[in-house]
Design a protein around this ligand. Structure first.
Ligand code: SAM
Length: 263
């Protein structure tokens, strides 16, 4: 990384997230969770845009398990794009991927550039859901799906003290929105066949297991890799997150909508 470039997900955080969530993933559930949010959608032969590609694990899975023809993955962090390129080389898929660093803001693609758009747990970072939905609609081909998962809020307005404690512990640049806000943004953009599927009850259990891994089986290795202080802070993140998951204020959610077919 050069001076002035943006880095929220640094090497220590990436090491911890991959230890908990698996190679190529900075979000929970791995390939199985991707399969679940894509259930019933056929992406075979399609050119897919992945917004917030992170470490590229999802893109590898889309190409290998869903018959996707090509993935364009975008992210705002240079180091992550470098990691995606390395992953592509390791797995011999460089001819079917195009990983690019972009500036936050409008998607830098012409209208109708993609057959489908996906995103896993990344659009939480983009605060204006209406502008985002309109832009995704614009870059899709008629008939194309937007299919994603994301972290949603279970409330409108100001966060509770528990939620504020979690957001402070995370220290990430979040733009959380509720299911109603996402649905309204997708509808206003013109999407049809919209579905919003709550995953809170699944992740409440999963997050406890992850926290127990961090304090148990993963602890010694991670302590030597990233240091006790950083590891302890991340365990605090999980503990504050479990509180807001239990309160229903943090709600991992699957989202989908289709751009109406032409004619
Ligand atoms: C929690 S990570 C998820 C990464 C990946 N989708 C996964 O599930 O493993 C969120 C990602 O979104 C990226 N991101 C944040 N703001 C973005 C933006 N405006 N456009 C594209 N990516 C963004 C971050 O750099 C990070 O890689």
């Amino acid at each position: 990384m050069t001076d002035g470039e943006f880095q929220e997900y640094d090497d220590d955080l990436v090491a911890l997230l991959e230890a908990v969530w698996g190679e190529g993933y900075m979000s929970p559930g791995g390939d199985a969770e991707v399969d679940r949010y894509l259930e019933g959608i056929d992406l075979a032969g399609q050119h897919v845009l992945d917004i917030g590609c992170g470490l590229g694990g999802i893109d590898l899975h889309l190409l290998r398990a869903h018959g996707v023809a090509k993935v364009t993955g975008i992210d705002i962090e240079d180091d992550l794009i470098t990691r995606c390129d390395r992953l592509a080389e390791r797995h011999g898929i460089t001819d079917r991927v195009d990983f690019r660093r972009v500036e936050p803001g409008p998607l830098p693609f012409a209208d109708g550039s993609f057959d489908a758009v996906t995103s896993k747990d990344s659009i939480i970072h983009i605060a204006d859901k209406h502008a985002l939905a309109t832009d995704i609609f614009r870059v899709l081909q008629p008939g194309g799906w937007f299919v994603a998962s994301d972290w949603l809020s279970g409330y409108e307005g100001e966060p509770s003290p528990e939620m504020a404690a979690y957001l402070e512990a995370e220290g990430l640049d979040f733009g959380l929105a509720s299911a109603d806000t996402y649905r309204a943004a997708l509808e206003a953009a013109g999407f049809v066949d919209i579905a919003v599927v709550d995953r809170n009850s699944w992740y409440r259990e999963e997050a406890r297991h992850e926290r127990d891994q961090l304090t148990g089986a993963l602890y010694a290795d991670l302590e030597s890799q990233i240091g006790r202080e950083f590891l302890q802070r991340q365990i605090d993140v999980w503990n504050t997150m479990i509180v807001v998951l239990d309160l229903g204020q943090l709600r991992p959610t699957h989202l989908r909508g289709r751009k109406p077919p032409a004619g």
